[in-house]
Write a protein that binds this ligand. Sequence first.
Ligand SMILES: C[S@@+](CC[C@H](N)C(=O)[O-])C[C@H]1O[C@@H](n2cnc3c(N)ncnc32)[C@H](O)[C@@H]1O
Length: 220
Amino acid sequence: MACEDRQRWNERHAGAGAARPAPRAILVAATEALTPPGRALDLACGRGAEAVWLAERGWQVDAVDIADAALGAVARAAAAAGVRSQVRLVQADLDDGLPASCPGPYDLLVMGHFRSPLIESAIGRLLRPGALVVTSRLSVVGRDATGATGALDTAPAYLAAVGELRDLAERLGLEVLHWEEGTGQTALVARVARVARVAGVDPTARATRPDGGTRTGDGR
Ligand SMILES: C[S@@+](CC[C@H](N)C(=O)[O-])C[C@H]1O[C@@H](n2cnc3c(N)ncnc32)[C@H](O)[C@@H]1O
């Protein structure tokens, strides 16, 4: 595990205060009408804004982060919301790849403000046909020296190149439902085809529903 990364993020999360952060608007817009809820994977989940919000709506969420302080905050927020049993905490260094304890298949993959080409090349095999991908990150597009739209001093490794998320969707064979880029950020909402075209997706994969039932590719 990358110790400096974990320590740095632990300090940031610990200093963030007790208030529960709000989920990103793009996640809310993309998922609030989705029924029935299924299994979600939130990679680099932070303090659980999205993971807990999804659990409150009936999703079973695997919440992955490197930082103990982040996962502690997720646990507290989930418990306070009465959904602790629906959120599984996974501490993992995503620089090592996807955690083996999260084999999928998932109906929803969330990766908010985290950038990892290694992870992106592997997510296809976690996703069930029809699954949704909601991801965002900082971008080189729309950054300026004044910091008004995103400071230029952000390390290049954290910044998406021009068109990066649109290209990711194309590479994975995802149907783009929404893509935006500008003001120093970029976001994507995309869907796996119902008949799998994504490398590694098993079109017959069954996902377990929270009620213990199962469903196949066209079950949503
Ligand atoms: C900018 S925050 C994003 C949090 C949340 N997803 C959001 O959208 O607000 C990045 C998160 O990635 C986590 N992180 C950083 N490096 C990581 C790594 N190598 N493996 C797993 N998580 C990591 C941090 O602890 C932090 O919670």
